[in-house]
Ligand binder design. Structure first.
Ligand code: FES
Length: 96
């Protein structure tokens, strides 16, 4: 079954099972590696992405649930050449 995902303004069609966590699809299928695997339990926030403007933990969110939503990952905030506001703040403060 194909699932359509709108991520960072681009639509992707993926053949992963609709029950697959979004984090796995982001990292393994789409190679968007900004969201990280930390605990896998929804507790650490390393996998956080935005769904329709709200933060969600992608390790617990099946792709079948977020299909039709607008997903934004850290890659969607800006680029190396043109960092977004949050990225620039991390650069300015030398934050990790
Ligand atoms: Fe820790 Fe998702 S990996 S909350």
């Amino acid at each position: 079954m194909t699932t359509r995902l709108a991520i960072n303004g681009q639509v992707y069609s993926v053949d992963d099972d609709p029950g697959t966590p979004l984090l796995y699809v982001l990292r393994d299928t789409l190679k968007l590696n900004g969201a990280k695997f930390g605990c896998g339990l929804g507790q650490c926030g390393a996998c956080t992405v935005m769904q329709d403007g709200y933060a969600i933990v992608s390790c617990l969110m099946p792709i079948g649930v977020v299909a039709g939503s607008q997903i934004k990952t850290i890659e969607g905030l800006g680029s190396r050449a043109h960092p977004g506001v949050l990225q620039q703040a991390f650069i300015d403060e030398q934050a990790a």
